[in-house]
Design a protein around this ligand. Sequence first.
Ligand SMILES: [Zn+2]
Length: 312
Amino acid sequence: MSEQLYDYCLLIENYPTEINGVEIGSEDSRWKKLAKLFQKERAELKDCPYCKTKLRMVQREKKGSLYYKFEKFSAKLWLCANCGYWQTYFYFFEPGEQDGGNIFEVTKPNLQLFSEDFPEECRGDIAKAIRRNPSKWHNIDPTNFERFAGELFKANFDDCEVFHVGRPADGGVDLYFIESGGKKWVIQVKRRAASGYSEGVGVIRNLMGAMVDNDVLNGIFVSTCDHFTLAAKEYARRSHVKGYAINLLDRGKLNRMLDPLISPDDMKTYLKTSIAMDMIREKYCHNSFIEFQRFVNVHRTVSKGAELFDYR
Ligand SMILES: [Zn+2]
């Protein structure tokens, strides 16, 4: 599928839609043309268009009360388990009417809806965006990345508290992290622009300084680096011997921490609500649809991520 067409397809999802800034309605012949092309291309799509992972059909609904008026109705949901991309497929047929119908829907992260502040449902969008385009680890705004790192801790640890300091050079701490059992950690966060960056021992010594300054025994260094140098790892290892705890999180570990934000479980509830959404979309305005979609996206499962901190 060409990239250009794909962009058009993304527009089709939301009603009313537009092409090159010109609004078109669903009765418009251009819209119908695009929709047709979209269905044709999408029907052949077996792999995730973002990360090429093989899509899995995770849910199937047959004729139900919502669509009683159609003789035949089925809906399917396909999901990319890696980046959370999904697509649905609807088929309905009513004898005597001219058209059966196939409708596919796609989403892209609605980051633009949440650029200023960071409501909960935004975390998943960012996680998906990063899985779809890993270069985002390196070009996300550094301050936003500090906050997102805080969200990753919240998503991976039940009942923890995370505070974003949000001021530069404040005792060298970017985040305070308190586990449910009360254990306190100071966290330093570095967003590195180069994907091959290796984090040296100097910054880990600096973290130790921040721990001492803040009277906290435990510290975590979070970095979008490719890896930590041997000297950095050795320094962290020795900190444990001396009664401190320094844990190092590189991009690989951070990537695993995205998992709870890309849960297939929220998608499984999606298909039924999507059918309901179609009705809502017809009845109410576009904004209600967006609100409803956000509501659906909020339902996420949280899993424990403690093993990520197992220091070896
Ligand atoms: Zn994918």
